[in-house]
Design a protein around this ligand. Structure first.
Ligand SMILES: [Zn+2]
Length: 72
């Protein structure tokens, strides 16, 4: 999976907000290959998102955050 962090909650992308019924958020992450700073819109942050990042054509996987940290 790819480490990510929230950038804008809710997303600043109005179309994404409408599409997702206001669930969308903007996230920041690092390209898994070259570690460039990247951002994207996550339409449904309650569900896992997988896509190919055009930066280096690397597949990235974002998993929703668990509610609270436990069992660590
Ligand atoms: Zn890259």
């Amino acid at each position: 999976m790819t480490f990510w962090k929230e950038l804008f909650v809710p997303s600043r992308d109005t179309n994404a907000l409408i599409l997702s019924e206001w669930a969308a958020i903007d996230i920041a992450y690092l390209c898994p290959k070259c570690e460039n700073g990247r951002t994207t819109v996550w339409l449904f942050p309650d569900t896992t998102m997988v896509f190919v990042d055009e930066c280096c054509n690397q597949e990235v996987t974002f998993h929703p955050k668990e509610g609270d940290e436990d069992s660590d």
